[in-house]
Design a protein around this ligand. Sequence first.
Ligand SMILES: Cc1cc2nc3c(=O)[nH]c(=O)nc-3n(C[C@H](O)[C@H](O)[C@H](O)COP(=O)(O)O)c2cc1C
Length: 290
Amino acid sequence: MKPAIPAVVLALTLSALTVQAADSISGASRRTAKSAAVIPKNIDAVTSASVVPQALRQSVKPNRFSLRPGVKRVLFVVGDPRSESVEWDLVNTAMKHFMDKGYDVELRDLYAIGFNPILTRENFYQAKDGFGKTPADITEEMMYVRSANFIVFCYPNWHDTPNTIVKGYMERVFQKKFAYRDAQNGLEGLLKGKGIFTIMNAGWVGMGRGDLGDGLPRAAGEKSNPIWDKYMTAFKTLDDDTAAFWGAKNLGRFVNDQTPGNLDEDYAAKLEQLRSDLRRHLDSKFSLKP
Ligand SMILES: Cc1cc2nc3c(=O)[nH]c(=O)nc-3n(C[C@H](O)[C@H](O)[C@H](O)COP(=O)(O)O)c2cc1C
């Protein structure tokens, strides 16, 4: 009698065949560098991610929170590992704009500071109920949040929600007894008087730039477009709920899904248009004087 093929070997073989079949259909392997450890030199030509040409990249240094009386403070919480991205260009543009308008700006670059976004079993009850000692890394972040009048969350659209590192910041920093507490009639938000805002670069959310109502019309006479508005309504639902939980005000979003192509000949002009659209949007959302 032939020996039976162990089930585990069969499963592994079938799984390898399925992966190979999917790969040959998608052609993914042919598009990828042989070694994933080596990033191609012409990354801007081969990646589907945005890469701002070196000459156009800006480096903006936040002026930090000075606690000068009468000066409003904006905290940028950024979750993007790529400084060459359009997302980071939007962050830099926004930080500079607020500073030009006389605001104090503080930046928490979550990848750079190595923020740990994971709510573990060990710190679950501390975050959920406020039991025990707040972890030191969270105490520091609370200081920034407490001092801020506005908190701007910035992340590229990775599956339509805050990406992991930013979501983890929300879960771990905006905890009970800091952002909300039990009150007689349920939960009470503790961050009253603060505003939250989101800056998100996207691959495709129906085509548009801005917020609800700012979709690219698809036909003459159309004001926005319903697909874009469907996405923006979903984001607004999420942001309104998050803000309400914390007692803060949701000031909305700047979403962009009209990113210049990396190799566009008129890249500089398109980037400048994007930057000025963001500045105008911030003027309107934050009632900044133009
Ligand atoms: C893990 C991952 C998931 C993504 N999911 C979405 C998505 O759900 N919707 C979308 O519009 N774009 C999605 N994208 C595409 C990015 O939003 C797009 O590449 C965009 O340009 C990101 O901004 P950036 O280039 O400035 O980083 C995803 C990208 C990654 C890496």
